[in-house]
Design a protein around this ligand. Sequence first.
Ligand code: SAH
Length: 216
Amino acid sequence: MTDDEIAQRKMQFLYALRSKGVTDKAVLEAMEAIDRGPFIRGLFAARAYEDMPLPIACGQTISQPSVVGLMTQALQISPRDKVLEVGTGSGYQAAILSKLARRVYTVDRHRRLVRQAREIFDAMNLTNITAITGDGSFGLPDQAPFDRILVTAAAEDPPGPLLAQLKVGGIMVVPVGQSDAVQSLIRVRKSETGLEYDELRPVRFVPLLEGLGKDT
Ligand code: SAH
């Protein structure tokens, strides 16, 4: 691809985000600043600027950019926030969060994905992200509580430990569903009096699984 072609594709990329409802200025700026290209290796690299989910290592997927944008927007991040992401995958979503928040912790059950994501964070000089291998359904008790929590794999219910690690006044966004086919993106707000849920849109994510993954 020539520089002109890349510039053209990036413009179309931002246009697609806006037309699908990503309107928050700070989120759009973060998505303009983070090049999706380096997060996709191999065969599908040429399709990085399409608004499509794409396969990554370990049988996982990098989410569709417009869904990344809508989830990020739903989190209503402030610059002072400490954010937890469960499901590092390629690292793309964490990189975008890092432009909006003070500090990002991201956890994946595949060591290989965490290692590859760290390499990209270093190359992009994103120094406020800590990527950790582990089962993210238990959160990160040592770093809790969090202002914002984003889960990028689908659970049957929002995991209890994550709800417990959310600050009062905090927001968690999580895809919830009992099968691959029917999932809904849920936003949970925690207040002094309890939890308040609202349903944002239908989505399709890989499942939240227990334990560590076998790297492939
Ligand atoms: N946010 C990613 C896409 C995530 S795909 C991106 O921007 O590219 C979902 C990821 O969740 C996969 O990488 C999968 O390994 C991870 N995952 C599934 N169950 C998990 C768990 N219990 N703990 C941590 N990560 C998990």
